[in-house]
Ligand binder design. Structure first.
Ligand code: SF4
Length: 760
């Protein structure tokens, strides 16, 4: 029997701290998965649901975007996948009675964890202007409220349509079409906060803003560098791929300010050695780099490779690359002192890595937020591409770029047109297919949307999934901006902070989840997703929806579009809502690579999208070649007596969804308000282990941003840095502190000082 939702909000500021772990997964992960799944779903539903996740005839895990292996295991999920499924397929329900019992002001005092634990939403809810409680509303009225507010705007750009990466391809395509039919490109998405820097750098250098490897390439690589990523928590099935690569003789190097259990050793529960044995040692060389030092590291590697006999693949460069000479001159002139200062690494370790590089034919670099959320993230990722181009490590088996996406369909949404800066080619194809002239002026990304709400330019905020106010930086500014809207609307499965930080009016529109059966008059529908390696496959839920009142994401978009665009609008929204094959037919004529979409996606495992650089070393860049770039060697500057904070996830967390209050691998239990500080830095700053302190960030606007009452934890983080969980520390990230070019919040580089504890 599933456990009841917690009534009281567990205290979050009394964390216990024990020794960090040095191995991930194992029997404990199996036990934890079943325990947390059982608490949400009960035993029978747990078994029925978990055996379908990531299976060819099942549903795609609503967690991260790690691909499925060709042949799936009986249990093809990780601990955090099980938690993500359990959170969605929970038996807990939120009814109208719940909202009648809890005024919004009270809910706003509750933690995100408590809100999320209350269960699945079951009916559309409206917060009338000036009201204290959400009350039930019909779908018809809900759509007409949104339509009226949209029609009342001076310009379509007075609205913003946000997308979280869980949205399916079909819903995303219909959603962007609706927004563009309205006349706006204001399509911010969660990618703006995570891999936007990757997209910008890869599009400029290789011509395609996506990873260029297949899963099997990891099994064939000689060397895998994992930089700024913690797969043990954020992409756990990646550990199976690293284990298999190791068994095939690969070397693994991890570059990270924190020692992470998942990169040290993997106890694979799929085999005896992992269940009862010592598991597999993964990392051969750990470079504990200073926060933001990655550009300098790859620059130094490039200098060493250039200087080595036979280090460079000149044939590849001559045939496929542009800009080599300028890059090589800049790299050769790199000052070692600058590299040592920026990386905090001993030169010997950099030389050790360079030796591994020169001994390896096939190299893959994997990365995540540790590279993308800095001011100089785009130049850093460009330097990683320089590193791979030098030895021809793009466009051949066992080699390439591998940005690992955080949300299950964040890459698919972008492919479907969820982008505030769409290409002219995409808009041309969309306009031709639907007989209209799409808006050409670029729209607003997430940070610009917050600015526009703050400045009164955006009055209607619509979110397809996600938890915008918790996922974005500068929480106080973002919440104030959200509250300045006329209307805020959230299409959601569960309750979260964004539902209680509202505009003058607010709507919660409950939708089907991945695990839910989606049946229309045309029969059982399935949706599709695209993973980090450009594999597109189907996902069909099998569970009876939590309530008959729920609508699918596709149906919500289509019914809203009809209400807002009127009966004369020629797009067959009703057809789309009834039969997703009709949406896919349109996608097949608008989005390259989706030709014969309905036929290809019904093949076992789906299909892989074309990728010129990967498939045939064709680089659709401005030069028609792969571009070497010159990237000024920069690293964050931290004044004396300050540290550089990185925000990160605990092991009981997925993006802003908090599954529990433990961070098992780091030895932290029962609380989240902790700040990890190197003991030597703590000594210099007078921060005793276990003491409480306030964190205050410093930014040129002089605004005081404070996160109060954090427990100091002496932890082996790289000198000069500190680490704490988001969303609790997003309040410290200044809105205007963003990466050059990609405008991604610099959540891995926030200058902080410590002040006496002001209490919780
Ligand atoms: S690795 Fe990612 S996609 Fe796979 S089961 Fe775990 S959370 Fe889900």
């Amino acid at each position: 029997m599933a456990k009841q939702a917690p009534q009281s909000d567990p205290a979050q500021d009394a964390p216990e701290v024990g020794a960090p772990k040095h191995a991930a997964a194992g029997l404990t992960a199996v036990a934890k998965s079943l325990q947390m799944a059982g608490e949400q779903m009960g035993a029978r539903r747990t078994l029925a649901t978990l055996r379908k996740v990531n299976q060819p005839d099942g549903f795609d895990c609503p967690g991260c975007a790690w691909p499925e292996p060709g042949k799936t295991h009986t249990a093809e999920f990780c601990e955090n996948g099980a938690k993500a499924v359990a959170e969605e397929a929970t038996e807990r329900r939120i009814t109208a009675e719940f909202f009648a019992a809890h005024p919004v002001a009270e809910l706003a005092e509750r933690s995100g964890y408590w809100l999320g634990q209350q269960g699945r939403l079951t009916a559309p809810m409206l917060l009338e202007e000036g009201a204290t409680h959400y009350t039930p509303v019909s779908w018809e009225r809900a759509f007409s409220i949104v339509a009226d507010e949209l029609k009342a705007l001076d310009t379509p750009d007075g609205a913003a349509f946000y997308t979280s990466g869980r949205t399916s391809n079909e819903a995303a395509f219909a959603y962007q079409l609706f927004a563009r039919q309205l006349g706006t490109n204001n399509l911010p998405d969660c990618s703006n906060m995570c891999h936007e820097s990757s997209g910008s750098a890869l599009t400029e250098t290789l011509g395609v803003g996506k990873g260029s490897v297949h899963l099997k390439d990891l099994y064939q690589a000689d060397l895998i560098i994992v930089a700024g990523q913690n797969p043990g928590t954020n992409h756990p099935r990646m550990l199976s791929a690293l284990e298999r690569a190791k068994r095939a003789g690969a070397k693994v190097v991890s570059v990270n300010p924190l020692p992470e259990a998942g990169l040290e050793r993997f106890k694979n529960p799929q085999n005896a050695r992992g269940l009862v044995g010592a598991g597999t040692k993964l990392t051969d060389l750990f470079l504990q780099i200073r926060l933001g030092g990655d550009l300098a590291l790859f620059r130094a590697l490039n200098q060493l490779v250039l200087a080595a006999d036979g280090g460079v693949d000149h044939a590849f460069i001559a045939e496929h690359c542009h800009g080599f000479e300028e890059f090589a001159a800049e790299a050769a002139a790199t000052e070692r002192a600058e590299v040592l200062a920026a990386t905090g690494l001993p030169w010997e370790q950099i030389e050790e890595l360079a030796a591994l590089v020169l001994a390896s034919e096939k190299i893959i670099v994997c990365w995540a937020m540790g590279l993308t959320q800095h001011k100089h993230s785009v130049p850093t990722i460009r330097e990683v591409v320089n590193f791979l181009l030098l030895r021809g490590n793009v466009g051949r088996p066992g080699a390439g770029v591998c940005p690992v996406r955080g949300h299950s369909n964040v890459q698919g949404d972008r492919t479907m047109g969820i982008f505030e800066r769409p290409s002219a080619a995409f808009l041309d194809a969309l306009g031709k297919e639907f007989g209209f002239e799409p808006p050409r002026e670029h729209g607003l990304d997430s940070v610009d949307t917050i600015r526009a709400m703050r400045d009164g330019r955006v009055k209607v905020f619509f979110a397809m999934g996600g938890n915008f106010v918790a996922a974005t930086p500068d929480t106080d500014a973002t919440e104030a901006a959200m509250r300045s809207c006329r209307l805020t609307v959230h299409v959601s499965t569960k309750l979260n902070r964004s539902h209680v930080v509202t505009g003058a009016r607010a709507l919660i529109l409950p939708t089907l989840g991945r695990t839910d059966r989606d049946r229309t008059a045309a029969g059982q529908q399935f949706v599709t997703v695209e993973d980090s390696m450009s594999m597109v496959h189907s996902s069909r839920g099998g569970l009876r929806p939590p309530s008959e009142q729920l609508l699918s994401e596709v149906a919500i978009v289509c019914r809203l579009a009809r209400a807002a665009l009127g009966p004369q609008n020629p797009v067959p929204w009703e057809e789309f809502a009834e039969d997703y094959d009709t949406v896919r037919d349109r996608i097949s004529r608008v989005v390259p690579g989706f030709e014969d979409f309905n036929e290809k996606v019904r093949r076992p495992g789906g299909f892989v999208l074309p990728h010129g650089p990967r498939d045939r070393r064709a680089f659709p860049t401005a030069t028609g070649k792969a571009n070497f770039t010159v990237n000024p060697l920069t690293a964050p500057e931290v004044p004396a007596g300050r540290l550089l904070l990185q925000t990160l996830r605990s092991h009981d967390q997925y993006n802003t969804t908090v599954y529990g209050l433990d961070d098992r691998y780091r030895g932290i239990t029962g609380g989240r308000r902790v700040v990890l500080v190197n003991p030597a830095d703590a000594a210099e700053l007078g921060l005793a282990d276990g003491a409480y302190t306030d964190l205050v960030s410093e930014w040129q606007d002089g605004v005081e941003r404070r996160a109060a009452h954090f427990k100091v934890v002496h932890y082996p983080v790289a000198r000069g840095g500190a680490a704490a969980y988001y969303p609790e520390t997003n309040v410290l990230v200044p809105l205007d502190s963003t990466a050059d070019i990609s405008n991604t919040p610099t959540s891995k580089a926030v200058v902080i000082r410590f002040e006496p504890d002001s209490g919780s």
